[in-house]
Design a protein around this ligand. Structure first.
Ligand code: HEC
Ligand code: HEC
Length: 369
């Protein structure tokens, strides 16, 4: 109801100012509210920051900025250079991204998807708490776009196209860092994935899994069972992968920074951000939506295939770098579940049902230029 009133107010201000638009070009400005079209039974309720309501004009502007190399020092790199739609907004299969001067970073580019439900921070170490702030970080990162916000502001202010677009979206042609961040935030919030085979089978019940995918689903959602030769090797329930504890619910991610038992990790991750040694070598638990498209895997891109990832989870984790003692769900993984070749393949087949072709091809997320 509250929202409706805001929309009505906005709508009436559109009508009210139409006649006088030439006399007072900057105030007040009219915008069109943005409405989401995803299926509401599949994903949690919409969550938009109070200080940045989504408008079609703001989203469109954010989309332009996302795809425009003007944000980088030598105009060679846009956000999309490392966040490519066909790879679910990851970096073209690269282990580490290469920034504008050929400098390589140390982390694997993350997928940008369902961002409004990431409640506990952004980046592998959670060092950013809001998308509108995050959006400015890659611009100044010397291994990414290596530009200053001041220069970006100056360049955008020189562009009649951006003057016009910012006026439409934020009512001002005086472009500053706050509204650049907000526009990018608006666009990223619209990137929603909720139409995979998983959604159609499990949430909407309009399709069915193959037998293999269903076996994989059982393994994914089953508590791990220590190896026991007396168990029936054909029954997937006896060989749970215990994935759901950390990649559960319809977002396939969790709110915690965790360790999944990787050996030889050198990046302190969350611990470097919050200074808590118990969080050393822990990372954001990433979503598994569109995971088929986002190889290589992990914060350091160490695994090239989902088969390698599954093999890691089946391995003995005594050499894990992080202390697994304080990981609530690691008991299961450490106990080394055993999966037959058939069960491993089934788990991978289930993970592939999270691919959402609509998301990967939706024109609304594509290059507007
Ligand atoms: C040179 C490659 C590169 C460029 C250019 C780049 N990114 Fe990224 N992006 C990355 C990497 C690598 C990470 C992970 C960084 C980390 O954890 O420290 C990342 C992480 C992110 C995340 C975090 C996702 C999550 O789930 O926490 C968002 C959002 C994002 N980038 C948006 C952007 C935007 C917006 C731009 C343009 C202003 C941009 N990126 C430009 C490589 C890049
Ligand atoms: C204890 C929590 C936990 C459990 C249980 C768990 N994971 Fe993970 N998973 C993580 C964390 C944390 C990461 C990121 C680790 C990193 O990058 O260092 C991750 C990363 C991944 C990735 C790579 C994602 C990407 O974007 O690179 C895949 C794929 C994955 N997990 C699948 C699984 C599967 C399949 C299972 C069950 C066999 C499982 N996970 C069980 C916490 C967990």
């Amino acid at each position: 109801m509250k929202k409706l009133i805001v929309y009505l107010l906005l709508a009436s201000s559109v009508i009210a100012c139409k006649d006088v638009v030439n006399e007072v070009p900057d105030t007040p400005f009219s915008t069109t509210p943005y409405t989401f079209s995803f299926n509401k039974t599949v994903l949690p309720p919409v969550r938009i920051p109070k200080d940045n309501p989504l408008t079609q004009e703001g989203v469109q502007l954010g989309r332009m900025l996302f795809y425009d190399p003007i944000l980088s020092a030598d105009s060679t790199q846009s956000c999309a250079s490392c966040h490519n739609q066909t790879d679910a907004f990851t970096d073209n299969g690269r282990q580490f991204s290469t920034g504008i001067r050929g400098i390589t970073g140390t982390r694997n580019a993350m997928s940008i998807v369902n961002m409004m439900w990431h409640l506990d921070g952004f980046f592998w170490d959670g060092r950013s708490d809001a998308l509108k702030h995050l959006a400015l970080i890659p611009i100044e990162d010397p291994t990414e776009m290596d530009e200053t916000i001041g220069n970006v502001v100056a360049k955008l202010n020189r562009s009649p196209m951006y003057q016009e677009a910012f006026k439409k979206a934020f009512g001002t042609g005086a472009i500053g860092d706050e509204i650049i961040g907000k526009a990018l935030e608006q666009f990223m919030l619209t990137m929603v994935s909720g139409n995979s085979k998983f959604d159609r089978v499990v949430m909407l019940k309009t399709e069915e899994f193959t037998v293999q995918e269903r076996t994989g689903q059982t393994i994914f959602n089953q508590e791990a069972t220590p190896i026991n030769e007396e168990l029936d090797p054909k029954n997937p329930k006896n060989f749970g992968g215990d994935c759901f504890h950390c990649h559960g619910n319809s977002l396939f991610m969790s709110r915690n920074y965790m360790s999944n038992g990787l050996p030889n990790v050198t990046d302190l991750g969350r611990g470097a951000t919050n200074g808590n040694p118990r969080d050393n070598y822990k990372f954001k638990t990433p979503t598994l939506r569109n995971i088929e498209k986002t190889a290589p895997y992990m914060h350091d891109g160490r695994f090239n295939t989902l088969e390698e990832v599954v093999q890691h989870y089946l391995s003995d984790m005594t050499n894990a770098t992080a202390n697994l003692g304080d990981e609530p769900n690691m008991h299961a993984l450490r106990d080394s579940v055993y999966l037959s070749e058939e069960h491993k393949a089934a788990l991978v087949a289930f993970l592939k049902t999270l691919t959402d072709d609509d998301f990967l091809t939706n024109e609304a997320y594509s290059n507007p230029f």
